[in-house]
Every structure is written in C-alpha cells, then in structure tokens.
Design a protein. Structure first.
Length: 131
C-alpha cells in the first residue's frame, strides 16, 4: 500500500496501529500494510468497526501485529483475541477476496497468479496492466 494511504490509516487509528513504529524484531507492522491500494476502504471500515467495538465495550485495546495479502485475501493478525473482533476481521477478509487489490473494483474480479508467485484478486482491467 502506498505510504500516504498507510499514513492516513496510521493517523486515524493510532491505537490499532501503534506497533508500526516498533522495530521489525518486535512487530511485523514495522513493514507497513502489505497489500495493494484497492483494499484501503476495506481496511478503513474494518478498523472503524474494531475501534468502535473496543470503545463501546471498554475492552483492552486491540493492536494490529501484521496486515497483509496472503493467498489472495486480506490477513490481519492482532492481539488480544476477541470473538467479535475476529468476526469483523473475517468479514474484511471475505470482502477482500471479491475486491480488486489494485483498484478496489468489485466487477469481474478473479484470483490471478501475479509474477508467477503471488495469488491476487484482480479485475480484468488491472490484470491486463500486469501482463
């Protein structure tokens, strides 16, 4: 994800992304958000839901440990575990599978092998751009 989009998320959700300032030896968030820009809105909505739940229920602050694309979907590792937070994260992951990782389109999205290594959900327009 582009640095300016990450910065918006890190600023808006300071508590969730507190670990992004730690060294890579302490947190994978040091590497930033490791996915395409097309998932920005999904991550933003997910974080909004997480922070709202934490604030309303007055539970221990949830912190992201890693946010990335893996096997064609959004993966979010966080702590501490909370069942409702897990449901919010799972919903975001399911949405990512039908959303182009590059542009955010939901039209004609399929999982493609990119660079003969990574599986990524892409719309036809973005897939043609990779060839």
């Amino acid at each position: 994800m582009k640095k300016e989009l990450q910065k918006k998320l890190f600023t808006k959700y300071k508590k969730i992304f507190r670990q992004h300032t730690l060294s890579p030896m302490k947190s994978c968030m040091a590497w930033g958000i490791e996915c395409g820009d097309g998932w920005y809105k999904i991550i933003d909505k997910m974080c909004e839901g997480i922070q709202d739940y934490v604030d309303v229920m007055e539970i221990k602050q949830v912190e992201a440990r890693q946010v990335k694309q893996k096997f064609g979907s959004l993966r979010v590792y966080y702590s501490p575990f909370e069942t409702m937070i897990d449901a919010i994260v799972n919903e975001a992951s399911m949405l990512s599978e039908i959303t182009c990782e590059e542009c955010g389109s939901k039209k004609k999205v399929k999982k493609y092998t990119v660079n003969q290594v990574w599986i990524s959900p892409r719309c036809i327009k973005c897939m043609k751009g990779d060839q």
